[in-house]
Design a protein around this ligand. Structure first.
Ligand SMILES: Cc1cc2nc3c(=O)[nH]c(=O)nc-3n(C[C@H](O)[C@H](O)[C@H](O)COP(=O)(O)O)c2cc1C
Length: 371
């Protein structure tokens, strides 16, 4: 099978993409504390478009001034200044002939910093597993959250919907609900963080309810013709070993419910692991293949896809319609151009996870002669 399968066009709802390689969402915590995307961020995102990525998915962006913020210097899309900052990012990506989707994120219990308050909410008052991430200035255990009231959940849903509408106004090509990696939406899907005895807790049909309310409200806010996706994962930043206890049957319930609520694509992430480690289900199928089969929607696979052989076999083998690169994209903002030119990608060095190092390295790339 040709190396170039990744470079063939694909469509998500009405959005035509020139190839199947996306930049995975990556928090870069690069605002000045006010949640307003900067000119530097516009440059950073435009580089991926210049480098040939068919789709750029932004870092997780918080959705209200109540409980959604996760990290210091994280961008938001709530105030007029934040929307305007994103408009500048979108313009830069579009000028580079790229397409860009905004990831909408509510941290729930995994909030490490919130400039609006110190307490946190979650499905249930369960202390989160793991410890805060030092990369975002955190240390020690997470605070034990309060169980959100129904009206707080309605406010969180409204935050997603308003932010999605604002993303459309800012010119984005779509939005992606962050339902993965242990954050609020995923806290509802997860058995041990959701011990509610109301309509949001219990079997998988009930645990997926919050996700479907978010997707439904986002869909209503943006209209039928604006691409909406959702990112899901079994593993979490604070618990990489978690797997859906009901295996393939549970996965199917989740995939079908979010599709019926109105998503146009599913993005299956592998937090901190390669796809192969966390994609396999109890019946030997994989999350990406099952998501395709259950929903008939385009599916993005993530986790170690910068290894060319893996990306190729996943796409050619019908496991997924697109691949999303995280760390590989940081090291290679021109990964698709390299692929087209038959050049090997640069190896990933952990140092590049620091936003200042990413930018310096990508500046060097920009200054280098073009292929
Ligand atoms: C620095 C960094 C920041 C990340 N931030 C986010 C984020 O904001 N939203 C999200 O869904 N995933 C986030 N992730 C997870 C990545 O999207 C991806 O799932 C993970 O890096 C595995 O893919 P990879 O092997 O291609 O790097 C982040 C990963 C890294 C390395």
């Amino acid at each position: 099978m040709s190396d170039r399968v990744a470079l063939t066009p694909v469509r998500i709802a009405g959005l035509e993409l020139p190839n199947r390689v996306a930049v995975a969402p990556m928090s870069r915590v690069s605002t000045s504390g006010d949640g307003v995307p900067t000119a530097r961020m516009a440059q950073y995102y435009a580089r991926y478009a210049h480098g040939g990525f068919g789709l750029v998915i932004t870092e997780g962006t918080y959705t209200d001034q109540r409980y959604s913020q996760a990290y210091p210097n994280q961008p938001a899309i709530v105030s007029a200044a934040q929307i305007e900052g994103w408009r500048r990012v979108v313009r830069a990506v579009h000028e580079a002939r790229g397409r860009i989707v905004l990831q909408l994120m509510h941290a729930g219990a995994l909030s490490q910093h919130n400039r609006h308050r110190t307490d946190t909410i979650a499905p249930s008052a369960v202390p989160p597993a793991g410890t805060k991430m030092s990369a975002y200035g955190g240390e020690g255990p997470y605070r034990t959250p309060r169980a959100a009231t129904r009206s707080e959940l309605a406010e969180a849903v409204e935050g997603f919907a308003r932010s999605a509408a604002a993303a459309r106004v800012a010119g984005f090509d779509g939005v992606e609900v962050h339902g993965a990696n242990g954050y609020l939406v995923d806290q509802f899907l997860t058995t041990y963080t959701n011990v509610r005895d109301d309509e949001y807790g219990g079997d998988p049909h009930r645990r997926v309810r919050f996700a479907t309310e978010v997707v439904g409200a986002v869909r209503e806010a943006v209209g039928a013709d604006f691409p909406v996706g959702i990112r899901l994962s079994q593993s979490k930043v604070n618990d990489v070993g978690y797997r859906w206890p009901g295996g393939a049957r549970e996965a199917e319930v989740i995939f079908r419910a979010v599709a019926e609520a109105g998503v146009d694509y599913l993005h299956l992430a592998s937090e901190g692991q390669d796809w192969a480690d966390s994609a396999t289900l109890d019946d030997g199928s994989t999350v990406t293949r099952l998501a395709r089969k259950t929903t008939g929607l385009p599916v993005i696979a993530n986790g170690g896809m910068h290894a060319l052989g893996r990306a190729r076999s996943i796409l050619a083998g019908g496991e997924a319609d697109l691949v999303a690169l995280g760390r590989g994209a940081l090291a290679n903002p021109d990964w698709p151009l390299r692929l087209a030119a038959g050049r090997d990608p640069r190896p990933f060095e952990p140092e590049i996870l620091r936003p200042d190092v990413t930018l310096a390295s990508q500046d060097a790339w920009e200054a280098a002669p073009r292929p």
